[in-house]
Structures are given as C-alpha cells and as structure tokens.
Design a protein around this ligand. Sequence first.
Ligand code: F6P
Length: 538
Amino acid sequence: MKNINPVKTYSWKNLQNHFKKIKKLTINDLFLIDKNRFKNFSINFENKILFDYSKNFLNNETMIHLFNLARETKCIEAINAMFYGKKINITEHKSVLHTALRNDNIHFFLKKHQIYDDIKQILKKMKNISDNIILEKWKGYTNKKIKNIINIGIGGSHLGPLMITESLKSYKNKLNLFFLSNIDSNQLINIITKVKPEESLFIIASKTFNTQETITNALSIKKWFIKNINIDFNKNIFSKHFIAVTNNIDAAINFGIDKNNILPLLSEIGGRFSLWSSIGLSISLAIGFNNFKKLLQGANKMDQHFFSNPIDKNIPIIMALISIWYSNFWNTETEAIIPYCENMRFLPAYLQQLNMESNGKSIDRNKNRIKYQTSSIIWGDIGTNGQHSFFQMLHQGTKLIPCDFISFAISNNNNYQDHHIKLIANYIAQTKALAFGNIDDYICKKNIYQCCFGNKPSNSIFLKKITPYNLGLLISYYEHKIFIQGVILNIFSFDQWGVELGKKITNFLVEDLNQNIQKINKYDSSSQGLINFYKNFN
Ligand code: F6P
C-alpha cells in the first residue's frame, strides 16, 4: 500500500474548489437539474440491495473529483494487497484475511494459502458442533439436551454474533441464546438466573483469551457451574458444557477447556472482522450451519464485487468517498445509522466498533500527526422509534448529519402487511422530508417554527429481504467501505492500540481498590476523589 497524504493530492484541492460551488446548491436544486437523478446516483445490487445515494450534496463533477481521490490514494492497489494476503496490517505485522473466511469458491490469492486448509478444518468443526447440538446428539452431563447457548465475549467477540443472530431472528431455531459481555455482574446474574448448568453450553469467545471482562465472566461462570452441578466435577463433565474460540490455545487449555473443544481463531483475523470465523459459532448454532454458510456466501459476493469492479462502479468505494466528502469537506462530525428494522437494532453498535475502532486514529501511515478528520462518530437507533426521540434534531437542528437509512422490502411476517407498509412509508417519508423539507408549504410561511428547511442528506439502503445471504452482502459492504476510508485517509485501520492504556490503568486500579488502606495518594486529584468516594462505601 502507498502512504499518500490525501490533502496533498490534486483531487483534494479540486474538491475544495468544487465545494465552494456546490454548497450553493440545495438537494432540491440537484433534483431539479437532473431529472434522472435517482437513476444516476443509485445502484441496484442484483436486485438484492438497492443503494440510493441521490439525496446527497453531490453531482457528476463531485463524483469525478472523488473518484480521482480514490485513484490518487491507490485504492485499487490497496484492495489487491489485502486480497492477495500482503501484510497491510503493518503495525501488527499481519495480513488481513477476513475475506478468506468466506471465499472457498474463489481463490483471490496468487498462490494457494495455508489459511484455506485451516479455515476448512474450522468450518468442519463448527458444522459438527452445530449439527450435534441442534439435532440433540450432544447432550449435557445429565444426558439432557442442550437448550441454552451462552456466548462469553466482548467487542468483536460479541457484537458481530449478537447483531447477526438478532437480525436473523426469523431463522433462529429453538436454542436460547444469551450474550455475556459486560463485567457488570448484573449481566451475569441476569443470565445464570435463567439457565440451568446441565442444559447449557458456554462458548468462551476471545482471540487473546486474556480480555479482563471475558476471563472474569468465564471464571465466574465456571465457579457457578461447578457449584451448581450436584456431583463431583470432572473434565469429562466440563467438556460437555464448555467450548473455547481463541487464538491462544494454551490459555484455553489452562482454563480447563478440552483440547477437542477449542476452535482456533486465526491471528490474521481482526476481532471486529471475525464474525465469519469460529467466533461465529453462536451464529451457526442459532440459525444452523447451512444458513451460516449463506451468510458467508453473501459476504463473498460483495467481496467479488469489491475486488473486481472499477472505482466508479464499486459500491463500497463510492459510499466511502461520500463519507469522506462530508467529514472532510462539509465538516460533519457524525454519521447516523438508522435501521428501519426492529431486529437490526444492534447494527449501529456493531458499526460503531467496525468504524471507530478501525479509523479512530490520528497518526498517519508515515508516522505524522494528522491535521484532517478521520473517523466520524457513528451512532443511531432503529426507526420508527428514532422519529419519536432524535429526529427532531435531524429535521430542525443546526447540525448536518448524514444518515444511512436501512430497510427491507419483503416482510418476514406475512400476517402483518399493514405494519410493514407503514414501516416502509415512514422509511421513505423521512428521507424525503429531510431532503426537501416543507419550505413551499403555506405552513412554513405561516409559522416559522413549523418550517423544515430540508437540505439534509441521507443514503437509503434497501434490502429485498432480511436473509443470511443479503445480510452477508450488507455487512461485507460496510467492512469494505470502512477499509477504503482508512486507505484514503492514510491510516492503519486494523490495529487498536488506543484501547490498551485504559486496560493498563484499570489493572493498577483493581489492585488499589482491593487494598484495605483508606487513603491512596498516587493518582490525580479527580481519580483520587473517585477512589475515596468508592472507599467510603466499601
Ligand atoms: O476492544 C479491543 C479489543 O481487542 C477488540 O478489538 C476485540 O474485538 C475485543 O477487544 C475482544 O478481544 P478478545 O477477542 O481478544 O477477547
């Protein structure tokens, strides 16, 4: 990958000049100028996902400059480097191979890569475990069937499986799924009061197997399990109820996990890109291995699109450029993700990690402090609920907030079409109201407070239906969009060193909070005050 400062490119300067012109046009103007605007600024991906980016501050000239920015910052070269297994994760000296997890049919790499054999083995093991649990061949230590799956993990070892299994709820089997991520014991208690040890399978999902929250939760669950089974504990019992997904095999064995119950998580798979890997075991258990494979196939289809399409026909590249257009030229600070889909309510949280842990950086690939914007703040919530909470600000606030509105044309609940029609009507109405407002209505002239000036940009991402395949397409799209943003912004998107300092300070504080001594004077006065407040009560 080339390390090009985007600000130094010709296209960046052209975009700055272009901005001075186009900012005088409203979205309404842009629609009046181009009668075929929807056709010219939308892409229908195999009639499975429609990407409508027409309600944005852009025209053909904008796109030409943006495409030139992608060319000047060598995006196509970066895509090839990733798919050909180059060590583009330079700060961790690794390749970035999440696409290899889902391309058993197309070998993108120049040569057959060892990882394929590893992946095949892992998928085989995932299928085995899933089939045996779902078909009730795998029994608990009292010979009862497994009813509950508890995924113990956090960050990428939690958010992906949670978001996918919730989004695909209509594909779920009868297994009860629980996600234990937070170190706040209330989440643990909420779960152990609902499940019986003899009917439960615990998946300890942790690439490093030393994340404080995950290991603390795992040890507490182990203790609870041993305390609650009515016979002496032995390894054979443990192996019927505990599985580990990790890159740290030794640590899992030391924890007491049977070697045969350890699913490797390959080191070239980043945590936030790992739902397609053995971290996806809870997905495969919840919806069945065949549906998990369809999820992978959908992602692979978008990979092929991303890998083989030219810049101006490449959906992740187009949408990445639009995000950069807003954050770096319109100075927007945030992007809202608004799924008009109850079951996709965890998508904003998932995309927060994918986006902000990848591109929340301030040192460029040449080790220089960055003087331009990198990751936007990603936030959001489901529609139509958002319309009754933060939409007021979207419509009449002072902030410019580009939004991704996401919905699905075919409902999975045939008996409630009335609901679905209203959901879709709201989904379309909101982007229309945001873009065009009501400035021509008499109400706007009569009462300024009821005036929506419009001119608020949004993308509409419209799935045909929420299926494993289509969800795979959508998530892979976002992975590649975020990757391209990092390429253009000249940052390393695959490390997350920023999270280490907090962990280090936490470890010192855990020790100090455990001390009986009342007064500790080695911290700043604020931390000191907080420690002493805690100690007043404990
Ligand atoms: O948030 C930091 C992080 O390392 C994430 O990148 C990762 O997904 C999460 O913690 C969990 O890490 P592990 O899977 O190693 O427990």
